[in-house]
Write a protein that binds this ligand. Structure first.
Ligand code: CP
Length: 298
């Protein structure tokens, strides 16, 4: 998300909006029927892998790949290097969507691949297509990303948080409030990047401190065992805590969720976490079209 310009991002949003009918009509285009995507998921995924694969198939393309590193030579006794794996991938595919536990792995892979490599989540670094779909959800559900307050709740070392913060920094007058345990702060490098991007962000001790002024509340799982305040219970979003929320609040979560977003909250009118995966397919379709320069063919 640090690499992509705002104009390119908004072009992807614009193309995504033209693709609604493909999902609504459950149809399939032929725009990429000469293309193959390698779906290389060295780490588990439900939404990102399935939506990339679904996006490619909806555009008429084909898929090769694996969903578990253990069935590749990188994950068995050979432990084949990323460099060697990438050196042959252009024989099999025209684009790669890749998730890996190592930060920077997709960039390293791209150096030898000779075809576009999309980062589908790398270690604790970034999850850029998640941020694109998160920003697009805000555009579709609110109309605009400028002039708003966003509260991030949970583990600030999660890659989806970093990419979302970088994405939000491209817009005007966005203030970030974050609530996190001492043991899961925003990494120094991310803080430095946000400072360079002039992002206005503040830590608050409890969700209740910023809920009333938030336009978006973005909840994320905290893996750390939280012993000091804010405790897990204090980080959990409940109906009670949402009582002071703006009527048009967007409550978002990249999913999967655990106890930080209990199902009782699904009855409130704020949740968009089951719309985000829908927008995610549109965004990934638009991104694939952009990489092949075929946005005008739809
Ligand atoms: N949001 C997200 O990245 O989900 P998956 O881990 O299921 O892909």
């Amino acid at each position: 998300m640090l690499d992509i310009g705002k104009n390119d991002l908004e072009q992807i949003f614009s193309v995504a909006s033209k693709l609604d009918y493909v999902l609504k009509d459950r149809t399939r285009l032929k725009t990429l029927d000469d293309k193959i995507m390698a779906s290389l998921f060295f780490q588990p995924s439900t939404r990102t892998r399935l939506s990339f694969e679904s996006a490619m198939i909806r555009l008429g393309g084909s898929i090769v790949g694996f969903a578990d590193a253990k069935v590749s030579r990188a994950g068995d006794a050979y432990g084949e290097s990323l460099e060697d794996t990438s050196r042959m991938i252009n024989n099999y595919a025209d684009v790669v969507a890749m998730r890996h536990s190592e930060s920077g792995a997709p960039r390293k892979f791209s150096e030898h691949a000779n075809i576009p490599v999309i980062n589908a989540g790398d270690g604790s670094n970034e999850h850029p297509t998640q941020a694109m779909l998160d920003l697009y959800t805000i555009v579709r559900e609110r109309g605009d990303i400028n002039d708003m307050n966003v509260m991030l709740i949970g583990d600030m070392n999660q890659r989806a948080v970093h990419s979302l913060a970088y994405g939000l920094a491209k817009y005007k007058n966005v203030t970030l409030y974050s609530v996190y345990p001492d043991e899961a702060p925003l990494p120094d490098q991310v803080q430095q990047n946000l400072k360079r991007l002039n992002m206005n962000w503040h830590r608050v001790a409890r969700p209740e401190e910023a809920i009333g002024k938030s336009d978006v509340v973005y909840v994320i799982f905290s893996k750390k065992s939280v012993t000091d305040p804010p405790t897990r219970e204090q980080l959990t979003i409940t109906l009670q805590k949402l009582k002071g929320a703006k009527p048009n609040l967007l409550l978002m979560h990249p999913l999967p969720r655990m106890d930080e977003l209990p199902t009782e909250v699904d009855t409130a009118p704020y949740g968009r976490y089951f719309m985000q995966p829908y927008y995610g397919v549109l965004i990934r379709m638009a991104l694939l079209l952009a990489l092949f320069g075929r946005e005008d063919s739809i």
